[in-house]
Design a binder for this molecule. Sequence first.
Ligand code: APR
Ligand code: PHB
Length: 391
Amino acid sequence: MSQKTQVAIVGAGPAGLLLGHLLRAEGIDCVVVERQSPEYVLGRIRAGVLEQITTDLLQRLGLDERLNKEGLLEEGFCLADGERLIRINTYELTGKHVTIYGQTEVTRDLMDAAEDRGLEIIYEVSDVALHDIESDAPYLTYDKDGKEHRIEARFIAGCDGYYGPSRQAIPVSVAREFERVYPFGWLGILADVPPCHDELIYANHENGFALASMRSKVRSRYYIDVAMTEKVEDWSDARLWDELAVRLGPDAAANITRGPALEKSIAPLRSYVFEPMQHGSLFLAGDSAHIVPPTGAKGLNLAASDVHYLSEAFAGFFNRNDNDAVSGYAKKALSRVWKSERFSWSLTKLMHRFPDDGPFERKMQVAELGYIASSQAAQKSIAENYVGLPV
Ligand code: APR
Ligand code: PHB
């Protein structure tokens, strides 16, 4: 079976779904193909801190009703250095909030609105392959229910995450990869208990990193860093709660409510950027082109800024006969990607104890945390990155 559209989108994660809605809002035809079922996509637990550019996009689409009801507006966050809490008042320093609202909920809102907005999503496809991406008439093939299908398009958007086929369709001869793999992972726990603090706390303790985060006033998300050789099975809930209490420090510990884990897993930390983000008629967005370590929660927000630029590019091409609109995408997107990569990397370096670090590196962390604690300029710099740089 064969169908025709203007933009074929691979992947129904946040990047693919948000792009699909933005294009539909511009009257542009598109089709999304997704390997997994909707339930599987919604089962993935991801971060939950939205920059204003992300909430603005949802508002523009009129898909912010539940976000407005259930999202928590945050005015600041804290860095803990083992002795004190350094509060960064992001709202006072930048005039902007971040919103606590799980990525799963964003995905659910985008999925639920798809049919009404005429956004076609084909789930549970296999063997997606990209063809003729260097031409003006690229197409996708995929299998569904034992039959081969074909989607012909003017452009293909690769929103299929780190492991998807889109990035791999770009010839090695034009590709450049930049990568840093960190020597630890984050062990996370999700539990239906009130958060220990009304703002996020990122802690750098002698035992290692800890983060107190939340999904709502009754659901908490906590993390500690562990060596990648550690196994989740060796971390009973009790052991993990004990370690969190130590690393977050006595004040936060006094307010921790313990509860059974709804989810517990270890995720690796990686910084990765693939260039170029466009090749011929193929455009990459989100995790297919870049990964950030979770420190600072930039992953979803970067996917949102990519698809913001990409939808503008496609709208220029299809609706305003602006053939140059699409050629500017990669440069614009990458400029913001690299700044978020820098922030995520520097916050990771500041807040973790690296196995190879010696006393000198530790003194550097102490000095930097001391500087941040005492300097409004330093706090403002962190705050403007945390709430999200302009698009
Ligand atoms: N065919 C079709 N779909 C695919 C294929 C394939 N071969 N491979 C992957 N996909 C789908 C995945 O199943 C997933 O639903 O592409 C989607 C990619 O979604 P994400 O991995 O969530 O990536 P992205 O949409 O870019 O979102 C970025 O999500 O991964 C987090 O931390 C990341 O928060 C960031 C955000
Ligand atoms: C989360 O709530 O899952 C979360 C919050 C902040 C981060 C990373 C993850 O930096």
